[in-house]
Design a protein around this ligand. Sequence first.
Ligand code: ZN
Length: 253
Amino acid sequence: MALTAKQKKFVAEYLVDLNATQAAIRAGYSKKTARSVGQENLTKPDIQRELQAAMSERARRTEITADMVLQRWWAIATADPNEIMHLRRLACRHCYGIGHAYQWRDAAEYEDAVRPAEREAELSDKPPDIPSCEGGFGFNRLSAPNPRCPICSGEGRLDLHLEDTRQLPPQARMLYAGVKQTQAGVEVKLQDQGKALENVARHLGMFRDRVELSGGLDNTSQDVGNLSPEQRRARIDELNRRRGIGTDRAPGS
Ligand SMILES: [Zn+2]
């Protein structure tokens, strides 16, 4: 049976955003029934065939394969956010100072600290409170903490480090979603890794049990993006068990 003009329009519109309800509205179905008509249309064999053919044709034309999309989602899901930003512990000012006294970076930094103390003394007529330089010079802010430091007990100080986002390795670059200037500083945005993993799982048919229960093509699977990584793992393992697939994953992943 050939498709009606309206159904053809529905197919064309559905390919735009894969939203059955919106496609039904744009194809001219009434807004009131668009949702049910959209879902019903998706279950019709003629329409399914037409959609499948159109999607295959589009994939052939663009040379974008499902594997490519899947690999991209998997890369995002498994990228390491530490490659974009990380918290690290660095030496405190006392870690490597002589006798663990405050260590200055260099003489210029020390003089910058002495000058205001001298000025203060001149104005107030009190003896100047000159900072000590007995800890010496050579502080390097990027040194690792000294485990024997009695001031920080080897914990150093916390430092938030953001990588130069232009130089990110390819996988981290896919995870990186831009930066926003806020009043508090900069906000680094990342792709949703939970969502990416959910997309992979859905693509591999791991949620088939739920889709079948819903009786349609609509996405009714549980939003694994809201689960913790442990819960997500457990969920995927459970689904794999039900499908009779063993899980092989690297230790510690
Ligand atoms: Zn220290």
